[in-house]
Design a protein around this ligand. Structure first.
Ligand code: AMP
Ligand code: ZN
Length: 488
């Protein structure tokens, strides 16, 4: 089938035909999580969106190298090289080593993404594992004249850069406005220009995560890790760079500047940005305190939630919105998604029970397929695809009720269509209790959450988890070997 994949490129602010740099191959880099705390549902939305994109590219037959990093060093609290190190602060709070924090939340991140049925990236590099590549890149930027060192810290020289390049190319902001909206430098500042940002930061004596460098002991700035790791695994120029929309103005703007200053080329041909998950119109974020943890959503244990939802119902909820639209969280929207997801799965279940006829009269599957591909080819429009799938659900139900006929060969084709679009492209799976194969994983997460609550003497929560599971037909049994579960 002829495909004409079109995607929205933030860089050009329009939809463009997707033409990979190397035929049939795609290099895609997506900014991963900063593993200093649990990922919230908003973060998950971004990773589920790129999972959809990855899955569709693979489905179309591209050989995709998908790189998604783990930020495990160098991320300060402020966007402008100020504030505490996020890992060190959390480590102090939890009385752990910073690398224990990193390990704990990396595992948590993987657990959650597995529940959402996302495919792991091809390479998942960490910032701490690529210190020498980052140092090398900083050296090259200095050599090219776009960075300078002051007292053990290296800054990117934006003022110099803007003389040759367009610093605000990604977001199309006016440079004057940006300057006027940025804090003026004070007497203590080491930076030469107010837009300059750190590539390498001198470690204060108390800073635990530190590495030797040509400029003394320090640690990398946040932006340089993505430039260094994308270059290492995807080359100076690759096809797609992605992340949440909130990253475009600073992190991605600085990534482009670093790569241009080092390699003399813009790193990615297409920049893709996912929109935010909001709660009552406000962006879900750790700092706003409105960040649901996926575990809370699965158990329903949160004041804003009426009940718990399965990971696949939540994934379906996310896919019902286009990745570039905001998605507002509400109990009603989740209830509707849960219902829709179950309707879809039941219809697929019926496919094995359908009695076939000699001929078909249910419509034209080729046309349905064509429209489904057209939806996904149009900037990965999953909501339009889902509308098409519901049309198919109606057809399946009518065939099952004996109102329409389907031949054996058409039934096989219909099964293949559902396999392709529901399972392979949308990445859904049947997680109805007792049928899905992720039940054990899901139960382990819930049991761990309950154990954490018990450990913290939060017996209200631990009892509530047990009661809600009982209501859902699952019994917990505490034994000396841990907590066991069975269906009642
Ligand atoms: P962080 O761990 O904060 O660096 O974020 C990891 C990813 O999640 C980034 O790509 C962010 O842009 C994205 N993100 C953060 N908050 C939201 C949200 N409310 N909705 C969607 N994506 C988000
Ligand atoms: Zn990044």
């Amino acid at each position: 089938m002829e495909h004409n994949l079109v995607l929205y490129n933030t860089l050009t602010r329009k939809k463009e035909k997707f033409v990979p740099i190397h035929p049939n191959m795609v290099g895609m880099y997506v900014c991963g999580p900063t593993v200093y705390s649990d990922v919230h549902l908003g973060n998950c939305r971004t990773f589920v969106s790129f999972d959809l994109i990855f899955r569709y590219l693979v489905h179309l037959g591209y050989k995709v190298r998908y790189v998604r990093n783990i930020t495990d060093a160098g991320h300060l609290e402020g966007d402008n090289d100020e504030g505490d190190d996020k890992f060190a602060k959390k480590a102090k709070l939890e009385q752990l080593e910073p690398m224990e924090i990193v390990q704990k939340y990396t595992i948590g991140f993987h657990d959650v993404l597995r529940l959402f049925n996302t495919i792991p990236p091809s390479i998942e590099p960490t910032a701490t594992g690529h210190i020498s590549e980052q140092i090398e890149m900083v050296q090259e930027i200095i050599k090219n004249g776009f960075a300078y060192e002051v007292n053990g810290t290296v800054y990117f020289d934006v003022e110099k850069y803007v003389k040759e390049y367009n610093y605000t190319i990604l977001t199309n902001r006016n440079l004057e406005d940006l300057l006027n909206n940025t804090r003026e430098l004070g007497g203590q500042d080491e930076k030469r220009g107010r837009l300059d940002f750190a590539l390498w930061i001198k470690a204060k004596p108390e800073h635990i995560m530190r590495w030797p460098s040509p400029w003394g002991v320090g640690f990398p700035g946040w932006h340089i890790e993505c430039s260094a790791m994308s270059r290492k695994y995807l080359g100076d120029q690759f096809d797609i760079h992605g992340g949440g929309m909130d990253l475009a103005a600073t992190h991605h703007t600085n990534e482009i500047a670093q790569s241009e200053a080092c390699n003399h080329t813009s790193p990615a041909k297409y920049w893709m940005h996912t929109n935010m998950l909001t709660v009552n119109g406000t962006r879900m974020s750790k700092s706003a305190g409105n960040g649901f943890l996926p575990g809370e959503l699965f158990t329903g244990n949160h004041p804003l939630l009426n009940r718990g939802y399965s990971p696949m119902a939540v994934r379906f909820f996310m896919l019902q919105a286009h990745y570039r639209s905001t998605l507002d969280f509400s109990n009603d929207a989740l209830d509707a998604a849960d219902k829709g997801y179950k309707r879809l799965m039941s219809a697929i279940g019926l496919l094995d029970k359908i009695v076939t006829s000699k001929t078909s009269n249910f419509g034209n599957l080729e046309e349905i397929k064509k429209r489904s591909y057209a939806a996904m080819d149009d900037d990965f429009n999953s909501p339009v695809l889902i509308a098409e799938l519901f049309e198919v659900v109606r057809i399946i139900n009518s065939i099952y009720d004996g109102k329409l006929n389907i031949s054996e060969s058409d039934l096989q084709a219909l099964k293949q269509y559902m396999q392709d679009f529901v399972f392979d492209v949308l990445g859904l799976k049947d997680d109805q209790i007792g049928e899905g194969d992720n039940m054990e994983d899901l139960m382990q997460i819930i049991i761990n959450l309950r154990n954490d609550a018990k450990k913290n003497k939060d017996f209200v929560t631990s009892d509530r988890i047990r009661e809600q599971l009982t209501a859902a037909g699952i019994q917990l049994k505490d034994s000396k070997d841990g907590t066991l579960w069975n269906k009642i």
